[in-house]
Design a protein. Structure first.
Length: 225
């Protein structure tokens, strides 16, 4: 039986993303988040405007979206309640955050050079998506209590790096969902996916090439240039 409920948050489960960006002094910032979704080679990120990641993205116009697997959960958890913002924003102080400039070090993760952006990739993450900022959209603009505090950032993927072990056999450009085990956050807790498909998918009968985004060719052209 359904009942009316008012959950404080509606985080029903999305992949964890480690966003790497560059600070003003050239050092790297690394921030875990899970308010993200993909459409083609675009990604939509929901971030607080006081976040160091948001500030870095707006200033530099680029970042890397590193996708951890379930194997990196401890490293991601070590970044919890840390921020690259100094002073720490008031909202984060209330939630127990502390300023931490050495994100890679405390997480035990390894930075590695990207190919198209200045922000580093995370070596341990099986998927690394180099991205450039395309647009910033306001959220809840009609609500004076929230206006200006949250932003929706649209980024365009320009380079994809994938661990060979999660590729589909015989396909250099297809991720095998039976091999990829993304780290999922649901209502502030970590989860993984089941070891096998629950049911054959009708959508899975559609060839992936029919979803190919024009951004793929754009990224190729930029690489050639």
């Amino acid at each position: 039986m359904h009942v009316t409920s008012e959950p404080n948050i509606l985080y029903f489960g999305t992949p964890v993303v480690l966003i790497s960006s560059l600070n003003e002094d050239g050092s790297a910032n690394l921030a875990p988040m899970s308010s993200a979704f993909w459409l083609g080679w675009r990604c939509i990120l929901g971030l607080g405007t006081a976040s160091k990641t948001t500030q870095n993205l707006r200033r530099t116009g680029e970042c890397v979206l590193n996708l951890p697997s379930v194997d990196e959960v401890d490293a991601v958890n070590r970044l919890a309640r840390t921020t690259g913002s100094n002073p720490v924003p008031e909202a984060k102080i209330r939630r127990g955050y502390r300023f931490e400039p050495r994100k890679f070090e405390i997480a035990g993760l390894t930075p590695m050079a990207s190919e198209t952006v200045a922000a580093p990739r995370v070596r341990e993450c099986p998927v690394q998506l180099e991205a450039k900022l395309e647009a910033v959209h306001g959220l809840a603009e009609s609500d004076p209590a929230v206006r200006g505090r949250i932003a929706v950032l649209e980024v365009r993927i320009v380079r994809v790096h994938v661990e060979e072990d999660i590729l589909m056999e015989g396909h250099a450009d297809r991720i095998d969902p039976d091999k990829w085990r993304p780290l999922i956050m649901s209502f502030q807790e970590f989860y993984g996916l089941a070891a096998e498909k629950l049911h054959p998918s009708t959508l899975g009968l559609i060839p992936e090439r029919l979803y190919r985004s024009p951004d793929v060719e754009r990224a190729r052209a930029e690489k050639a240039a």
